[in-house]
Design a protein around this ligand. Structure first.
Ligand SMILES: [Zn+2]
Length: 397
């Protein structure tokens, strides 16, 4: 039974995921590197081999896509698979055809009609009527345009003079070319749109694909994992915050045939996550022990988001908030373990035993993870709120 969407779990912490990282997206990013290598290594032997088979463009969509009939002939070959990798990123909204941007340079080696160099399509598709009138279908940009004083001068070769509709197309085409910024470079070159220095990296493509995946999921705040507790506790809190734990009410809603939807711990109320972790009388008893241990008048725990945020007006330092967060999270985690033990008829510990386990485990976990000092056990159990005295510099005091 899936409780959280897999795509959500794969996302980095900043996007509210568990930073598992998608192998699928990583694979696309690595294969896309071949596009970049092809575009930027004109003289490499393998590039020349590909060009001799697939044409000057290599069949890449950003260059001059191969017609479907030709693609059929090449299907199944390794390079065809690389040509076709743009399909999945396109579904996410990242079209490889227009993320690699061509600077045509002097236009000597770019086909005016067949290559993509202005807009998202080859001009032969964007201006098909006009293309039919072209005498030399393979004309380069430099055959058709000369840049003088920053503005283009056109030299067309039409089979017959454009009239009304084709005349409109010609007017529109000359307009967009006049607006196009031509560089002073003589040689054609490529840049990757999503990196400030224009160079393609698999990481930058991963970032683009990740943010597009995140945009398709419901918005989620960044994942907060406490520095003081093991990941399993952090992940448990992550699920609790999303209310994605298998409490009986949820299981019932998912269609599972349960003998009861009441709390397996107290049997006083139906089991929601709020009940299990906060309002159940067993949970209240444990929270009260924690409150008295920390000498707080109040715990400020009214809903599930309070467990995740762990604010308490008595805590002012970042270290204090982090340690208190570890205590609240470990307490919630132990309440959940107790709930599972009650559900599955395992050994059930007393509240006193669970409370002393919470104190002990927090002490152990914080000490393992705190590099700058160590907790002093006596201060920890008698006065945990006084952070200055509970930390000793040389180890456990
Ligand atoms: Zn209960």
């Amino acid at each position: 039974m899936a409780w959280v969407k897999w795509d959500q779990i794969l996302l980095p912490y900043d996007y509210g995921g568990l930073n598992v990282s998608s192998l699928k997206l990583k694979n696309y990013s690595l294969l896309t590197k071949w596009w970049w290598r092809f575009l930027t290594n004109d003289n490499a032997l393998w590039v020349r081999v590909i060009k001799s088979i697939y044409g000057q463009s290599g069949g890449l969509g950003c260059n001059s896509p191969l017609p479907a009939t030709k693609m059929k002939i090449f299907s199944g070959r390794n390079w065809s698979q690389i040509i076709n990798i743009d399909q999945t990123p396109s579904k996410l909204g990242c079209n490889l055809s227009n993320v690699f941007v061509k600077d045509v340079g002097s236009g000597l080696d770019t086909s005016f009609w067949n290559d993509i160099w202005i807009g998202d399509l080859p001009l032969k598709d964007a201006y098909s009527r006009l293309f039919r009138l072209e005498v030399f279908k393979d004309a380069t940009i430099s055959d058709r345009i000369t840049i003088t004083f920053d503005s283009p001068v056109f030299s067309w070769a039409w089979e017959s003079q454009p009239t009304w509709r084709t005349e409109d197309e010609l007017a529109s085409l000359t307009n967009i070319i006049k607006l196009h910024k031509f560089s002073n470079n003589s040689k054609a070159s490529w840049t990757w749109k999503h990196n400030s220095n224009g160079a393609f990296t698999t990481d930058s493509l991963m970032q683009v694909l990740t943010s597009l995946t995140a945009a398709k999921l419901p918005p989620s705040s960044a994942t907060d994992l406490s520095p003081f507790v093991p990941k399993k506790v952090g992940i448990f809190i992550w699920r609790a915050k999303k209310n994605r734990l298998p409490v009986r009410v949820k299981l019932d809603r998912k269609g599972l045939d349960l003998h009861s939807t009441r709390c397996p711990v107290c049997d006083d109320d139906i089991e929601t996550l709020h009940h299990s972790l906060i309002s159940c009388k067993f949970a209240s008893n444990i929270w009260d022990k924690v409150r008295r241990w920390w000498k707080f008048n109040q715990l400020h725990l009214t809903n599930l988001s309070d467990i995740a945020s762990c604010s308490n007006p008595k805590l002012v330092t970042t270290l204090g908030v982090s340690i208190w967060q570890a205590v609240v999270w470990v307490t919630s985690y132990y309440l959940w373990i107790h709930r599972n033990n009650c559900t599955f008829g395992k050994n059930i510990d007393s509240a006193a035993k669970i409370f002393s386990d919470i104190q002990g485990k927090c002490f152990e976990w914080i000490n393992c993870r705190w590099r700058k000092g160590a907790l002093d056990w006596l201060s920890w159990i008698t006065n945990p709120c006084r952070f200055d005295s509970i930390f000793t510099k040389n180890g456990i005091g």
